[in-house]
Design a protein around this ligand. Sequence first.
Ligand code: UDP
Length: 333
Amino acid sequence: MIYGLRILVTGGAGYIGCHAVKELVKAGHRVTVLDNLSKGHRAAVKDANFVQADLARKKIVTELLQAEQIEAVMHFAASSLVGESMQHPAAYYQNNVVNGLNLLEAMREAGVTYLVFSSTAAVYGEPIATPITEDHPTLPTNPYGATKLAVEEALAWYYRAYGLKYISLRYFNAAGADPDGDLGEDHDPETHLIPLVLKVALGQLPAVKVFGSDYPTPDGTCIRDYIHVTDLAGAHVLAIEALAGGSEPAIYNLGNGSGYSVLEVIRTAEKVTGRVLPLNTTGRRPGDPAVLVAGPEKIRRELGWEPRYSDLPTIIETAWRWHRNHPRGFAEK
Ligand code: UDP
């Protein structure tokens, strides 16, 4: 175990970032969050230093790394919606690639050599084999996946040339909320299935839209691998400690290895909430593969990662608690 690392977390006020900050602080690390608050919430950062800044301002980032004597970085700050990326690729290249490279350059200038990078299953594109393991071909079908892959490729070269050691974590579907009830998902607009389903349960939305019922799956709806955000956060702690302990660069999938259809998610949410959820089946959402399920054995084997909250009812129960107790998210009640 490695304690007391000084860690900069970019995007630490966002959904996954704030859960990771909580786990890092619990594990005894000293955290500074850098976030431009374009999507994140100041109230989501509780036990860490907070700096509101944008990665476009490289000089500020370099100075922060130096002033705080940062030893390792976790990089969550990014744009992350597939549909939006199809409409605005330029914004995705700017925010994810250009600003990502600013961060790498700032790290180089400040001599910081450990990075945990938030990547995505979208780097794989349409799966040719399921479950998806890390050696699956990477052929992204949208700019979101392409920009994440571009940064991963830069990392490999930065390692060779400059010794930057990184672990890239390719997330499947992050979901759920902090089991203590302090943190949860709060996007505006919300596009993700589980929070939308729970907004229907709360009466904030009239019906769950089901995007496509003609997929080649048992019930015709898409299958995804949902991973609890706290389990995902725990993997980040293991990754950063592994790097600081001398691990070589690596790429890991982060999912559970079991998939659930959209209808299974909705039925589980009906059981958890005790409410009947009206459905409205619409056409497919462009860019959605039928099945995305991780082969997560590598991270279990190499980092000893064990999910604790990731069965679907637990994911939905924790999310339900958050949404019921915080119907306006992080805004004042
Ligand atoms: N989905 C849906 N209705 C919605 C939102 C999502 O049917 O209102 C489906 C979507 O097509 C996908 C799954 O739910 O198959 C998960 O989508 P989400 O946006 O939560 O995550 P993504 O897979 O895009 O990362």
